[in-house]
Design a protein around this ligand. Structure first.
Ligand code: LLP
Length: 438
C-alpha cells in the first residue's frame, strides 16, 4: 500500500496536506509516510511467519534517523554498508547485535568499530577481506562473526547498474570457490567465527523467478556449510521491486492490485509463497535485506514549478528540485510518476521534460512526459522517491540539501532541517598563508 491520496483535490500523505507542508517548509521537500513503512514491514514480516527470520532493513535506501528509529521500534535489524551507517543505526536506537555489515571495501576503522559495537555479522566479499578481519579481530583479542557473500551468477533481469549477482559484478565470491573459502576460514582464521552465508542478486526485481533461481542454486551450499560448520543463518538479500506507477484516488485499495503497465509487480505474498517453502526445510534463520520495498513508495519529493519554457524541439517545465535531490532518473533511467499537488481540473495534456536548475543536460526528473497544464508556483509531487532519493542527494552546484518530513497520521514531523548556506561551507578552510606572487 501507499498512503498518498487526493482528498478534495489536494494530495495528502496520510492526513497531512502536502501543499500546506510545502508552503510551510519550502521546497524541495521530502515527505515520508510512517504508516506506509509500518505496513510494508508488517506485510513482509507476516508473509514469512512460517520461517524463522529477521528483516535487516538496507539502511542505504533511506538513512534518516527517524526512519531507522521507526524500523528499530518494530523489531527490525539493519543491513549496513559503512561505519557511518552503523553510527546512524546506533544514534537512532537500533541495536548493533541486529546489524549485518555488507560491502566490498570495509576499512580497518570500520571493522574495528563494528567489532567493538558487537555487530551480528560481517558479510565478507573476498578472501582478502576475511583475512583482514581475522587479523584485526586477533589484535583486539576478539572473535569476528562472519558470513561469506556468494555470487551465484544469476541474472536478476534488472537495470545493469543495480544488478549484483553476475560473475562480472564486483560483489561476493564466485559460487565455485565458496567451499574452499569456508575451509580457509575454518583452518586458517582462528579469530573468525563462521555464522552464515549471504547473497544479494540485485535491486528492483519485478519477478520472483530470479530469486527462486538463486535460492535454489545456493541451497546445496547452505546445506553443506550447515553440515560442516554449523552456520546459523542464510541471508537472501534484498531486491524486492516496487511499483512506480500508482493510483492516487481516495479509496483505492492496494496499489499492487491495479491493472495496467505494471499490473504484476512482485508482491510480498508472491515472493514469500515462492521462497518460503524452499527455505523452511533448511532449519536456519533467514535474513532479508529489503531497502526499496520498505521505503520507496513511502516517500515523495515535493518541488515547485519555477518557469515554463517552450523550445524549438521540446517544452520544459523547470522546477526547483534537481538531480542533486533525486538522481535516479538520470542515473538509472528511473521512471517516477509526477503529479500536481493540487489536482488539475483539465483533462488536456501536453508533452514536456520536467527539469531541474542544475547545469547538466542530464538534470531531469522526467522526459517526454504528458502532463496537465501547470503554472509557475505550482507544487508537483515526484512519487515513490522514498528509497535512494535523499540518501543519494548531494550538494552539487552548491545547492543546500532538502528538508525531510515524516508524517504520522495528522502529525508532520520535521526530521531533517533544510541545509543553510553556512552548512554548505562547514569544515572548509582558506589557507591562512596566502601564496606569494612573484
Ligand atoms: N543488500 C545489499 C547487500 C545491497 O547491496 C542492497 C542494495 C540491498 C540489500 C537492498 O536492495 P533493495 O531491497 O533496496 O533493492 N540506488 C539504486 C539501488 C542500489 C541498490 C544497492 N544495493 C536505485 O536507486 O535504484
Amino acid at each position: 500500500m501507499h498512503s498518498f491520496r487526493y482528498i478534495q483535490g489536494r494530495l495528502h500523505a496520510e492526513s497531512a496536506d502536502l501543499g500546506a507542508l510545502a508552503t510551510r517548509h519550502g521546497t524541495p521537500l521530502y515527505v515520508y509516510s510512517g504508516a506506509t513503512i509500518r505496513d510494508h514491514y508488517t506485510r513482509l514480516d507476516g508473509a514469512l511467519d512460517r520461517v524463522d527470520h529477521l528483516i535487516c532493513y538496507a539502511v542505504k535506501a533511506n538513512s534518516n534517523l527517524a526512519i531507522l528509529n521507526l524500523i528499530a521500534t518494530m523489531g527490525g535489524g539493519f543491513d549496513i554498508v559503512s561505519g557511518g551507517e552503523l553510527f546512524r543505526v546506533l544514534q537512532a536506537g537500533g541495536s548493533a547485535s541486529k546489524c549485518t555489515f555488507a560491502g566490498v571495501g570495509k576499512t580497518r576503522d570500520e571493522i574495528e568499530y563494528a567489532l567493538r559495537e558487537g555487530i551480528y555479522c560481517f558479510n565478507a566479499e573476498s578472501e582478502a577481506e576475511l583475512r583482514y578481519i581475522n587479523h584485526i579481530a586477533g589484535e583486539l583479542g576478539m572473535k569476528a562473526p562472519v558470513a561469506v557473500r556468494v555470487n551465484p551468477n544469476v541474472d536478476a533481469k534488472t537495470h545493469a547498474k543495480i544488478t549484483t549477482g553476475k560473475s562480472e559484478n564486483k560483489f561476493g565470491i564466485d559460487f565455485d570457490r565458496i567451499s574452499e573459502v569456508y575451509s580457509i576460514i575454518a583452518n586458517e582464521c582462528p579469530h573468525l567465527e563462521i555464522r552464515g552465508l549471504q547473497m544479494h542478486i540485485g535491486s528492483q526485481l519485478t519477478s520472483v523467478a530470479p530469486f527462486v533461481e538463486a535460492v535454489n542454486k545456493v541451497i546445496p551450499l547452505v546445506q553443506e556449510m550447515k553440515a560442516k560448520y554449523g552456520i546459523r543463518f542464510f541471508s537472501i538479500g534484498g531486491g524486492i521491486g516496487i511499483v512506480y506507477k500508482q493510483s492516487l484516488d481516495s479509496g483505492t485499495p492496494d496499489w499492487w492490485t491495479q491493472e495496467g503497465e505494471e499490473a504484476h509487480p512482485l508482491t510480498v505474498q508472491a515472493y514469500a509463497d515462492a521462497v518460503a517453502p524452499l527455505l523452511e526445510p533448511l532449519g536456519l534463520r533467514i535474513l532479508l535485506e529489503p531497502g526499496r520495498f520498505m521505503v520507496g513508495n513511502a516517500g515523495t519529493l515535493i518541488t515547485k514549478v519555477l518557469y515554463e519554457k517552450k523550445g524549438a524541439a521540446k517544452s520544459f517545465v523547470i522546477v526547483d528540485a534537481g538531480m542533486n535531490d533525486l538522481i535516479r532518473p538520470t542515473l538509472y533511467e528511473g521512471w517516477h510518476q509526477i503529479v500536481p499537488v493540487e489536482k488539475s481540473t483539465s483533462t488536456e495534456t501536453h508533452r514536456a521534460d520536467i527539469v531541474g536548475p542544475i547545469c547538466e543536460t542530464g538534470d531531469f526528473l522526467a522526459q517526454d512526459r504528458d502532463i496537465t497544464p501547470v503554472s509557475e508556483g505550482d507544487f508537483l509531487a515526484v512519487l515513490s522517491a522514498g528509497a535512494y532519493g535523499f540518501s543519494m542527494a548531494s550538494n552539487y552546484n552548491s545547492r543546500p540539501m532538502a528538508a525531510e518530513i515524516l508524517v504520522d497520521g495528522k502529525e508532520a514531523h520535521l526530521v531533517r532541517e533544510r541545509q543553510t548556506l553556512d552548512d554548505l561551507i562547514r569544515g572548509e578552510h582558506i589557507p591562512a598563508d596566502k601564496c606569494e606572487t612573484e
